[in-house]
Design a protein around this ligand. Structure first.
Ligand code: GLN
Length: 478
C-alpha cells in the first residue's frame, strides 16, 4: 500500500470522494515525509516566516482538500513570499496571486511551507537561493535544476502532491526534467501573472509541476483563464484539458528540429530521446526533421531581453516598500545599501547586464536588436506549425549536473537552458515529461511544444507516451 504523500492529486481526489481518507491524513503523511527527507533535500524554505500550519477549511470544489506546494515567488496572503531573496525578508503579501485565489476557490489547500528557488527565479540550479541550495532527490550531490528546483524536488521526493512553478526561460521544464516529473509552461497569456513577482514580464508564466500528465491537465484547467488584473492575459475559453487524455496520436505530425541535435548534447540523452521518438512513432505518429534556423540566437537574445526586463522590474526593491531595509541615516545611502546587501550575486549581475543593455547609446545595438531576432525566432515556429501538430526535442542537453559544477562559470550555466528558452521567446506552450534514465540513474525529460493555446495537443501526446511507458512510476530511493 502506498503512503498518501506518494499519490497523485487525482488518486487522492478519488479516495476523498469515496471517504476512504480524511484531509488531515494527507497533510500528516506529507509532514512525516518532509521531516524524514527534507533535511537532506531542502526543497522547502525554512525561515522565521514559514511555518507548518494546520489545514484551513476550504470551499467545496474540484480540488477540495488537496494540498498544493507553491514556489516562493507567487504571492500568498499572509504567508511569507520572499523570492528566496534577502531583499524580501519578512514580506507577507496582503493579497493572493490570481492563481492562488483560483486554487482556493476550487477547494485546494495552499501548503504553508513555500518551495525553494533561485533568487528572483534567476538560475538553472536552485543554487542561487538566499536560503541555500536544494538537492536532487535522485542523487543528493546533483542539482534539481532551476529556478523552480524546490517545487520539482518536492514533487519527485513525494514531499508534495503537486506544485506550482514559474517559467521564464525553462524554470518549470528543466527542473521537471532533472527530477523526473511533469512540468508545463503554458502559452503566454494563458495563466494570469497577477501576484507573480515579476522577473521578465514578457516571458514569465506560472505552470504545474506534477507526478503525471493527468494532474498537469487538471491543474492547468484550474489556473488558466482571463484575468482583468493582468493586461497580458488573454480572453479565451479554457477547454477541459482532461478530455485530451484519450491516448490517440495516430497520424499526428511531429517535427524534430535538427538544430536541437547538435554539439553539446550528451550522447546518452540523444539515444534516450531517439528511443522516445520511436515510441511515439510506434503509437501511430509521423515524424520528420524540421528546421528552426534561428535557434542558435535564443540564448543571447534571451539574456538581453530577460535581464533588461529584470533590471527594470527589480528597481522597485529599494528598502522603502517591501522587505529588507539597511540601516542608514540618509535616504540615498539607504537605497544603495539596501540593494547592495539585499541582492545576491546573480541578481546584481543581471541588474548590471540589463541596465547596460537598456542604456542610452547601447539600446539599439542590444535591446532593440534582440527584439528583432526574437521575432525571427517566433516566425521559425509559426512556419513549422503551419505543417506540423507539435515539435519534440530533449528538454535539456544533459541530465542534472553536480552541485557547484557550473557556479563559477555563468555562461556555462546559461547554456544549460538552450532547449527551453526559445519557447518563452515565442510565447508558445511546452511540456516536459519523464522519458528515461541515464546509466548513472538520473532522469531525462522529453519536451513537446505546440502552437499558442494548443495545450490540448501537449496533453494528448504526453499522455499517450506516458500511458505506454513506466518512467513516471519510478521513485527515487531516499
Ligand atoms: N535558467 C534561466 C535563467 O536563469 C531561466 C529561469 C527561469 O525560467 N525563471 O534565467
Amino acid at each position: 500500500m502506498m503512503d498518501l504523500n506518494q499519490l497523485t492529486a487525482h488518486e487522492l481526489l478519488n479516495k476523498l470522494k469515496a471517504k476512504e481518507i480524511s484531509p488531515e491524513s494527507i497533510s500528516e503523511s506529507l509532514y512525516a515525509r518532509i521531516h524524514k527527507v527534507d533535511p537532506k533535500i531542502k526543497a522547502y524554505v525554512r525561515n522565521k516566516g514559514q511555518q507548518e500550519a494546520p489545514l484551513k477549511s476550504q470551499p467545496n470544489g474540484l480540488l477540495k482538500d488537496v494540498p498544493i506546494t507553491i514556489k516562493d515567488n507567487i504571492c500568498t496572503e499572509g504567508l511569507s513570499t520572499e523570492c528566496c531573496s534577502k531583499i524580501l525578508e519578512g514580506f507577507h503579501p496582503p493579497y493572493d496571486a490570481t492563481v492562488i485565489s483560483k486554487l482556493k476557490n476550487s477547494g485546494a489547500q495552499i501548503f504553508s511551507l513555500k518551495a525553494n528557488m533561485d533568487e528572483f527565479a534567476f538560475g538553472s540550479s536552485t543554487e542561487n537561493s538566499y536560503f541555500g541550495a536544494t538537492a536532487n532527490p535522485w542523487n543528493l550531490g546533483h542539482v534539481p535544476g532551476g529556478s523552480s528546483g524546490g517545487s520539482a524536488a518536492a514533487v519527485a521526493a513525494d514531499e508534495a502532491i503537486w506544485a506550482l512553478g514559474s517559467d521564464t526561460g525553462g524554470s518549470i521544464r528543466q527542473p521537471a526534467s532533472f527530477c523526473g516529473v511533469v512540468g508545463l509552461k503554458p502559452t503566454y497569456g494563458r495563466v494570469s501573472r497577477f501576484g507573480l513577482i515579476a522577473f521578465a514580464s514578457s516571458l514569465d508564466q506560472i505552470g504545474p509541476i506534477t507526478k503525471d500528465v493527468e494532474d498537469a491537465a487538471i491543474l492547468a484547467g484550474i489556473i488558466s483563464g482571463y484575468d482583468p488584473k493582468d493586461s497580458t492575459s488573454i480572453n479565451k475559453d479554457v477547454p477541459d484539458y482532461t478530455k485530451s487524455l484519450n491516448g490517440d496520436i495516430k497520424g499526428l505530425k511531429i517535427g524534430i528540429p535538427k538544430e536541437y541535435f547538435v554539439q553539446g548534447m550528451d550522447p546518452e540523452v540523444k539515444s534516450i530521446i531517439e528511443e522516445a521518438i520511436n515510441k511515439l512513432k510506434s503509437l501511430g505518429a509521423d515524424s520528420k526533421q524540421v528546421s528552426l534556423p534561428h535557434t542558435e540566437y535564443a540564448v543571447p537574445v534571451y539574456y538581453i531581453i530577460a535581464t533588461a526586463e529584470a533590471s527594470s522590474n527589480l528597481a522597485r526593491f529599494d528598502g522603502v516598500q517591501y522587505g529588507y531595509r539597511a540601516k542608514s541615516d540618509n535616504l540615498i545611502d539607504m537605497y544603495k545599501q539596501t540593494r547592495a546587501e539585499g541582492f545576491g550575486e546573480e541578481a546584481k549581475r543581471r541588474i548590471l547586464l540589463g541596465t547596460f543593455a537598456l542604456s542610452h547609446g547601447y539600446y539599439d545595438a542590444y535591446y532593440l536588436r534582440a527584439l528583432k531576432v526574437r521575432t525571427l525566432i517566433k516566425q521559425d515556429f509559426d512556419r513549422v506549425f503551419g505543417d506540423f501538430d507539435c515539435i519534440v526535442t530533449p528538454t535539456c542537453p544533459t541530465a542534472a549536473f553536480k552541485i557547484g559544477e557550473k557556479t563559477q562559470d555563468p555562461l556555462k550555466m546559461y547554456l544549460s537552458d538552450i532547449y527551453t528558452i526559445s519557447v518563452n521567446l515565442a510565447g508558445i506552450p511546452a511540456i516536459s515529461i519523464p522519458c528515461g534514465f541515464t546509466k548513472a540513474g538520473l532522469p531525462i525529460g522529453l519536451q513537446i511544444m505546440a502552437k499558442p493555446f494548443d495545450e490540448e495537443m501537449l496533453f494528448r501526446v504526453a499522455h499517450a507516451f506516458e500511458q505506454s511507458t513506466d518512467w513516471h512510476k519510478v521513485k527515487p530511493k531516499l
